[in-house]
Design a protein around this ligand. Structure first.
Ligand code: FES
Length: 168
């Protein structure tokens, strides 16, 4: 059988930065393929990390010290709905009624309301569902289950007011 590699007659000086597959056979190891992570990616293939959106969430009521409690999260741009990001990070989304009666993100209950305090341009446009449920509400209000965070290319920060209907 023809060998696709060559016998090992040397040692890599920095094994952590080398990726290779060693095929053992007939007493000697052979390098089957070899590449180094320090090499640049081939043209047209990007090794860069995808852009991220940073999120900050403020509660609707101040704490005992008068400050508004804040939660933080991060998401890859354009991959997730705001509702999913909040649930994955255990950030409270629903007011009392929505906690027990929400539609599970189907766009048919209108209870997943948030207000976007900053970074509206990093989100998708309001959907028809949102225009129907939020017709008489401020433009900054969104339904979290309809809101896509990022567009796969942008990055930046979105500041969200939770349960804006409770805001004082
Ligand atoms: S969860 Fe029901 S409309 Fe968003």
């Amino acid at each position: 059988m023809a060998s696709l590699g060559f016998n090992l007659g040397f040692y890599f000086s920095d094994v952590k930065n080398q990726r290779h597959r060693i095929v053992s056979g007939s007493g000697r190891a052979r390098v089957f393929s070899c590449s180094s992570s320090s090499q640049a990616s081939p043209p047209g293939i990007s090794a860069a990390t995808p852009p991220e959106i940073e999120l900050e969430f403020f509660g609707p009521k101040p704490g005992s010290d008068g400050s508004y409690p804040a939660d933080k999260a991060k998401a890859v741009s354009g991959e997730k709905l705001l509702r999913n990001i909040m649930q994955e990070n255990k950030i409270e989304l629903y007011a009392t009624y929505g906690k027990v009666m929400n539609c599970g993100g189907g766009g048919s209950c209108g209870t997943c309301i948030v207000e976007i305090l900053d970074g509206r341009d990093l989100l998708n446009e309001r959907t028809d569902t949102e225009n129907r449920y939020l017709k008489k509400k401020p433009e900054s209000w969104r339904l979290a289950c309809q809101t896509i965070v990022g567009n796969k290319e942008n990055s930046g920060k979105v500041v969200v007011q939770r349960i804006p209907q409770w805001k004082k």
